[in-house]
Write a new protein. Structure first.
Length: 192
């Protein structure tokens, strides 16, 4: 069975990463749609509402994601507001906030929400690492140059490798396993 899926995101880097993850097993089309973002501390709730909004507009099976970035020394900041913080203070601002911090532990969590006529389903993945004092690497996007896992920043890891280990990859793996094996119309999300 040929499976197709629409990825709704305004970030072309995410679209490229998701397409690389599926490697042709699922045909991915990309739709850039401005989605109002729910203000919540719950990343899964944010992803669910983004999927609901997108599905109500384009009426085809789709997937959205939302990512939170939790820094232990900053009491979990920026959390689900990672995109806003990146666009306002950037990696430079985060590194300033981290000056002198001994605890450099951090984690990314991605929630992926899939929506179709049967409901909305949410999958998540997390990767733990640490904030380094200076950016390294030329790949990736966002916080990748300051987030280190096993001695390398996500910006130093080739896309193929990142697509296998990242928070998004972990969420995508859970989603893919469900999506490729699901019996259509047998599962309904009662929260819809």
């Amino acid at each position: 069975m040929n499976r197709t899926l629409t990825l709704v995101t305004s970030n072309p880097h995410k679209a490229k990463e998701v397409a690389a993850f599926f490697g042709g097993s699922v045909e991915i089309s990309h739709v850039a749609l401005d989605i109002p973002e729910l203000r919540s501390d719950d990343i899964q709730e944010i992803a669910r509402e983004k999927a609901r909004y997108a599905y109500d507009r384009i009426h085809r099976p789709l997937m959205v994601d939302d990512t939170a970035f939790f820094i232990d020394a900053l009491n979990g900041f920026p959390g689900p507001y990672a995109a806003y913080v990146l666009s306002t203070i950037g990696n430079t601002g985060i590194l300033r906030l981290m000056e002198g911090a001994r605890d450099r532990n951090a984690r990314f969590t991605t929630a992926i929400a899939f929506a179709d006529e049967t409901g909305i389903f949410v999958f998540s993945g997390t990767i733990s690492g640490r904030i380094i004092p200076e950016p390294r690497g030329s790949g990736g996007f966002g916080y990748d140059p300051i987030f280190e896992v096993d001695g390398k920043t996500l910006a130093e890891i080739p896309l193929e490798e990142k697509s296998a280990i990242s928070h998004r990859a972990r969420a995508l793996t859970s989603f893919r396993d469900w999506f490729m094996n699901r019996q259509d119309r047998c599962l309904v999300d009662t929260n819809r």
